[in-house]
Design a protein around this ligand. Structure first.
Ligand code: ADP
Length: 304
């Protein structure tokens, strides 16, 4: 597999505090990589390192195969756009002026592409309105447009939906999907909002207290977070006996319910239960959520 970003044994200390510990990470080309961790886990620290805003204490990383210590890394980084912490925009400028300002920073003359870029992020109609008067979601999208001004093929977004209202969240989600699918941009998104990430990510990296706990593709994760069927009955002992006799894997959830894994033959199950005078109150499909998976991975504590 081709990776846009690979880190190896990356460490970052602030004084005696180790914010990143021996972190290995692999962002596949073309992916939307969800970088998941609680507040303070080390997500922004990693992003600051790969953007060249800070230096690692130990370890290294490769961007498009270029070593972080190589002279060419500065040039390679130009293929990357990032919105770190708050969007880097000027509030007393319009959306178009912000993009042209970024063009100047990048040494790119003229204004070709400004309107297309604003259209792409859904800000084509903002005219003379200054960024100061934009909603939070519009500012975030302008920040993304500024990050896209150098035509990067790798976009790094640090907590892009933090603080946005539901409409703003949907707009950012749709934009990220469009950039990935239509413009072939690889996206690294850090977030602690797992439900939102699960609608986007093709790959995940789970970080806790500066360490990478696991990297997994969304496909593999889906197989691990297996679907199960929750069966609610009048007699849990009868249900357990029947499931054991059928060789079905199950977990008892309460005095009246159990989750059954694998393919369940509902007719066979209900007939066998009826023979034991056990009534079936409900049969429902369940999904183990990404959040549950993450909580099990970090070992407790519900907020990611
Ligand atoms: P996240 O982005 O996952 O919320 P951060 O990378 O911002 O986490 O922070 C990781 C840890 O490093 C936190 O405990 C934070 O307080 C600490 N930290 C971050 N930046 C600094 C800094 N400049 N000086 C000291 N500690 C820092």
């Amino acid at each position: 597999m081709e990776y846009i970003l690979e880190t190896e044994g990356l460490c970052k200390s602030y004084g005696h505090f180790q914010a990143l510990k021996d972190l290995s990470m692999h962002v596949p080309k073309g992916s939307i990589y969800g970088f998941v961790g609680k507040n303070g886990a080390g997500k922004t620290t990693l992003i600051r390192l790969i953007c060249g805003l800070q230096l690692p204490t130990a370890g290294s990383y490769r961007l498009y195969g270029t070593e972080s210590t190589a002279r060419e890394i500065t040039k390679t980084r130009k293929r990357m756009g990032a919105v770190v912490e708050t969007p880097a925009i000027y509030y007393d400028m319009t959306a178009a002026e912000n993009i042209r300002q970024q063009y100047r920073v990048l040494g790119r003359p003229g204004k070709a592409g400004v309107f297309e870029l604003l259209e792409l992020v859904g800000l084509g109609g903002t005219g003379k309105k200054k960024a100061r008067n934009f909603s939070l979601g519009m500012r975030q999208r302008l920040g993304i447009a500024v990050a896209l001004a150098g035509d990067p093929d790798f976009l790094v977004l640090d907590e892009p939906v933090n603080g946005l209202d539901p409409q703003g969240i949907v707009e950012i989600r749709e934009l990220i999907l469009r950039l990935n699918r239509e413009k072939n941009i690889t996206v690294l998104i850090s977030s602690h909002i797992l439900d939102e990430l699960s609608r986007l990510a093709t790959h995940y990296g789970f970080i806790d207290r500066g360490s990478m706990l696991q990297e997994i593709s969304a496909k593999d994760l889906e197989n691990v977070c297996r679907k199960c069927v929750r069966v609610t009955v009048s007699d849990i002992n009868a249900l357990v006996q029947v499931l054991d006799s059928m060789g079905m894997e199950h977990i008892i959830r309460s005095d009246t319910a159990a989750d059954v894994y694998g393919t369940v033959d509902i007719t066979e199950l209900t007939l066998a239960l009826a023979e034991k005078n056990c009534k079936v109150a409900a049969i429902q499909e369940q999904d183990e959520t990404l959040e549950n998976y993450y909580i099990n991975l970090v070992g407790g504590d519900s907020h990611a």
